[in-house]
Design a protein around this ligand. Structure first.
Ligand code: GLN
Length: 380
């Protein structure tokens, strides 16, 4: 069997969710909201299942969704995409990333990855024949600088896989950070593969700035978004890929032989949802920020050290002040003895892991968060 997969362990999200079930724990591990998602969007999907088209939709996605994605990004980010030539719908963002890596990489091409990285990235890069060049980010700021990029980029760099806002760190990159990365992409003629699934989940005064809109990046960026994250419907697996036509033509070739299409009824509902009024998006941000604050204040009241969270569903806890030095062991104890599931950050590193930070998902009801705080309060 192929060693890239036969040597892999089961995804940490699956492992922790299983442990959470076994120990009747409050599951703040795997990132999914308690909220069932907007009812009007779910009703559209239900109607489309009953009265709509249930055969293969067009390979690139239904026209109304491609138009809705273009209108959404024009309105929210001020970027113009041609819905016919520059937008493709995939079965989730992970399919989009896998397809893009298969389409862009030839064996031996180098790919820049920023640790901590989402657990799917590295196996997908390797299986596509890429050679990973890792940039190591560390808490509390999780930022990169010119020297770190200079070390990682080379004439063989083909792709930079960049997640912003960054899961699990919970940070949102600034214009200066993006422009520095853009300068390196241009200098080394690399394509930026941007996983921007958290683009709407940003808080306080932070704004998501898409890398594709920075100077020099329009023709060399693949922008990936996700309806699951925008509408708190993580099981839907409807992703959007936006890229200039020359890139898109090749990305489409990979997609056509992976999933080919994505359920048309879900596409129709997402097309409707993307057109919702600004108040909806602002409201979900406010609700997530309130949950973050509730959980963060609760942890602080317990005397625990919380790291800043600017975006995503995740809040990180520094466990070093507790005298802990092994996040995996800490999370095992937490789920088994305290009944709270979290994710050890070291799972997002391939080399030199940070081992003193654990990630909690706060996209939960007040009752869930309070139950977790109550259990943590009894044990830590
Ligand atoms: N994106 C989710 C997280 O970071 C996990 C998705 C999954 O379970 N594969 O928690």
């Amino acid at each position: 069997m192929n060693p890239t997969f036969s040597n892999l362990t089961t995804s940490i999200f699956e492992v922790m969710s299983r442990l959470a079930r076994e120990h009747q724990a409050v599951n703040l591990g795997q990132g999914f909201p308690d909220d069932p998602g907007p009812e009007d969007v779910r009703r559209k999907a239900a109607e489309a299942v009953i009265s709509g088209w249930n055969q293969y939709p067009p390979m690139m996605g239904i026209p109304e969704l491609r138009q809705a994605v273009a209108a959404h990004y024009a309105h929210h980010h001020g970027i113009g995409f041609d819905p016919d030539a520059e937008i493709m719908i995939t079965s989730g963002a992970t399919e989009a990333i896998a397809g893009a890596l298969l389409a862009l990489l030839a064996p031996g091409d180098e790919v820049i990855l920023f640790q901590p990285m989402y657990d799917a990235y590295l196996p997908l890069v390797r299986r596509a024949g890429g050679v990973a060049k890792l940039v190591r980010l560390s808490p509390p700021h999780w930022r990169f600088d010119e020297e770190m990029l200079r070390e990682a980029f080379s004439p063989k760099t083909k792709v930079v896989l960049f997640n912003n806002p960054l899961n699990p760190a919970g940070i949102v990159y600034s214009a200066e950070d993006l422009d520095l990365l853009a300068r390196f992409c241009a200098e080394f003629d690399a394509v930026a593969l941007c996983d921007e699934v958290w683009e709407h989940v940003v808080f306080d005064n932070h704004r998501h700035l898409p890398l594709i809109a920075r100077a020099g990046m329009r023709e060399r960026t693949v922008k990936i978004g996700s309806a699951g994250k925008i509408f708190s419907l993580t099981g839907w697996k409807v992703g959007f890929v936006c890229a200039a036509p020359a890139l898109m033509r090749v990305l489409a070739k990979a997609h056509q032989f992976i999933t080919f299409t994505t359920p048309p009824n879900l596409q129709a509902a997402v097309a409707y949802g993307l057109g919702k009024e600004d108040g909806y998006f602002a409201g979900t941000r406010r609700a997530f920020a309130a949950s973050r604050d509730r959980f963060s204040q609760g942890l602080s009241r317990l005397g625990l050290k919380v790291l800043p969270c600017e975006g995503t569903y995740f809040l990180n806890l520094d466990i070093a002040p507790l005298g802990e030095s092994d996040d995996v062991e800490f999370c095992q104890r937490l789920v088994k003895e305290r009944g709270v599931a979290a994710i050890p950050i070291s799972a997002f590193y391939e080399e030199a892991p940070v081992k003193t930070v654990v990630r909690f998902c706060f996209a939960k009801t007040d009752a869930t968060l309070d139950a977790a705080l109550d259990r943590l309060g009894r044990g830590l």
